[in-house]
Design a protein around this ligand. Structure first.
Ligand SMILES: Cc1cc2nc3c(=O)[nH]c(=O)nc-3n(C[C@H](O)[C@H](O)[C@H](O)COP(=O)(O)OP(=O)(O)OC[C@H]3O[C@@H](n4cnc5c(N)ncnc54)[C@H](O)[C@@H]3O)c2cc1C
Length: 555
């Protein structure tokens, strides 16, 4: 007799082969509410494909077998290639074939960004390294499209649904991807300190050829086909499109010096780069590099919020599943009163993240609407800050629901926990996002008015919300009028956090399930949001909250 099987098991089956979408009521409702009801069935079939055991296994394999730098060939000649595990390529192929990188640009229709946001959130549940090149490519399309003919040949390649990993010139490929290089050793937030130099080969100007020399300290997904890179030109910091190959088919002088040994995001390569008179084309005007790359940054920041919302959801779904299948002290964990509170509170945090992210995605669909543009401007850094900050806490608490098994790398949470701090760090770290919120509110007074309107719309239903929003709006007006900017900066995290909570509360009041709304108002609008989860008040409908984030369904 097999001794192992005779031992008591007391654990649930692996949570795989289920529909990531239809098991997630909060996301299903958000998709319909934010203008993409017609796409419910598309998301349902995507949710089934992504929730397969095969997808979970691919995500694991790609992260257990990180990429390797092949700097030189066997004769000592420069090669500057990165080799990836087959699982990475398979994931990239599937991601791109689903159109999750540039779908809304390929098919410009109402709801396209909302559909992508929901789809990308599902992908984030499975694998996050592949989202790096996909996100950068999504963000690179608008600045490239804005420059007209000079870069027009790139667009069909970026919109293509074919993944083509061959290391050959983009013009000969069936699809292409874009990366970016801003951060240097001496600073990433303050890109004005960039020292990489760019000199025009002939006449300077947009679309013209320059040579770039210098160094980039973080340069992710270096096997992309081209990169948006910041460098100092004679007229100031400028943005360049730098391809891996020159028009004569020779390899551009982008020398990869090392791959970072990272805490998480291990499937993806993040390199250090030396540019040695590398070929690049000026994107936009000389000296206007920051606005060009910031246009890309708005989209990548949306994706950070989406990614963290997806990461949280998968960890919480795993926690709920575990608690429904493991017993302690004579009951299932999911029946123990205190564990019910923890699970419900985690689920509530996920639901709040989904609501805010999906509302923000709608603002990306309404590209021509002025007030949506203002909301996009302020809510993007708000959502990026708050949702990405909450993710590590949610993932850690979900891990603890699995007890010691949660801490083990074989389980589903350890990798996701290691991934979870990243979205807050890159693409503008937490403080930079909060300072950006202040900038958005002070530079265009209409922004504060638009935020005011959004929050006012939910007033008159609950005194806790009315008090919270009244105090917040008063303080925002005070900060906008303050003579000393340091005063606002000191309070920037507090204000950003409160804008996030107020917006989430407003969404719960206007659209949410009454039980979720009550639990959110009761637990999140106190003087400070709870530092740990599992502190919802007595009388909350714990099981209903939990089921909104994970309902057992067949695939
Ligand atoms: C895995 C990974 C991949 C990456 N890939 C890329 C890539 O492909 N391309 C790329 O260009 N970069 C990339 N980055 C770099 C990333 O964008 C930067 O690390 C980030 O922007 C922060 O820059 P820094 O590391 O130089 O920190 P710093 O700029 O030194 O900032 C350190 C801290 O100080 C805070 N801070 C800065 N200024 C202020 C201020 N005025 N007031 C208050 N606080 C402030 C920041 O919020 C941060 O917390 C990557 C980073 C990681 C971890």
């Amino acid at each position: 007799m097999n001794r192992v099987s005779a031992e008591p098991r007391n654990h649930p089956a692996e949570l795989v082969d289920y529909n990531l979408f239809s098991s997630h009521s909060a996301l299903v409702e958000a998709l319909a509410r934010e203008g993409a009801a017609a796409d419910l069935s598309t998301l349902e079939s995507l949710g089934a494909r992504l929730g397969s055991a095969e997808m979970f296994a691919l995500g694991e394999a790609a992260n257990r077998n990180p990429p390797v730098l092949r700097m030189l060939d066997r004769f000592g000649e420069r090669r500057d290639e990165v080799e990836f595990h087959p699982a990475w390529h398979e994931l990239m192929r599937r991601l791109i074939s689903e159109g999750l990188h540039t779908g809304p640009w390929a098919e410009r229709r109402p709801g396209a960004h909302v559909v992508r946001a929901a789809s990308y959130m599902l992908w984030a549940e499975i694998e996050n390294g592949t989202q790096c090149p996909a996100t950068m490519t999504y963000g690179a399309v608008p600045p490239l499209a804005r420059q007209g003919e000079d870069f027009g040949a790139w667009l069909p390649l970026l919109l293509s649904r074919e993944y083509d990993p061959r290391f050959i010139p983009a013009a000969e490929k069936r699809g292409a991807l874009i990366g970016m290089g801003m951060t240097e050793r001496q600073g990433g937030s303050d890109v004005r300190t960039n020292t990489t130099r760019a000199l025009a080969v002939g006449a300077p100007g947009p679309g013209r050829e320059y040579r770039l020399s210098g160094h980039k300290w973080f340069f992710s997904a270096p096997m992309c086909d081209a990169f948006l890179i910041l460098a100092q030109a004679p007229a100031g910091l400028s943005c360049f499109l730098v391809p891996r190959f020159l028009p004569d088919r020779s390899v551009n002088r982008l020398h990869l010096e090392r791959l970072k040994d990272k805490l998480g995001n291990r499937s993806n390569a993040s390199s250090e780069l030396r540019l040695e008179s590398a070929y690049g084309l000026l994107l936009g005007e000389e000296g206007r590099g920051v606005p060009v790359i910031l246009e890309m940054g708005v989209y990548t920041r949306l994706d950070n919020a989406i990614g963290s919302a997806g990461l949280m959801r998968q960890c919480v779904a795993q926690a709920i599943h575990h608690a429904r299948g493991r017993r302690a002290f004579g009951k299932l964990l999911a029946e123990q009163p205190l564990m019910r509170n923890v699970l419900a509170d985690l689920a509530l945090e996920c639901e709040a993240a989904v609501m805010l992210t999906m509302r923000l995605a709608r603002a990306f669909d309404a590209q021509q609407d002025e007030s949506e543009a203002l909301l996009r401007r302020v809510l993007t850094p708000v959502a990026k800050y708050w949702i990405c900050k909450r993710a590590p806490m949610v993932c850690a608490e979900a891990m603890e629901v699995l007890g010691g098994n949660g801490y083990v790398e074989e389980g589903p949470i350890a990798r996701r926990f290691r991934e979870s701090p990243l979205n807050s760090i890159w693409e503008g770290s937490g403080n930079i996002m909060c300072l950006d919120v202040l900038r958005a509110l002070s530079r265009a007074p209409n922004t504060l008015e638009t935020l005011h309107e959004l929050l006012e719309g939910a007033r008159g239903h609950d005194p806790r919300y009315d008090r919270f929003v009244g105090a917040l709006l008063g303080e925002l007006a005070e900060v906008a009028a303050a003579a000393d900017p340091a005063d606002g900066e000191l309070r920037a995290r507090d204000l950003t956090q409160r804008i996030a909570l107020a917006t989430q509360a407003a969404l719960f009041i206007v659209h949410g399930a009454p039980r979720s709304c009550e639990a959110f108002l009761a637990s999140r609008l106190a003087s400070a949001p709870p530092a740990a989860f599992g502190v919802l008040p007595r009388g909350s409908d714990f099981d209903a909250l939990t089921t909104r984030i994970f309902r057992e369904t067949a695939s």
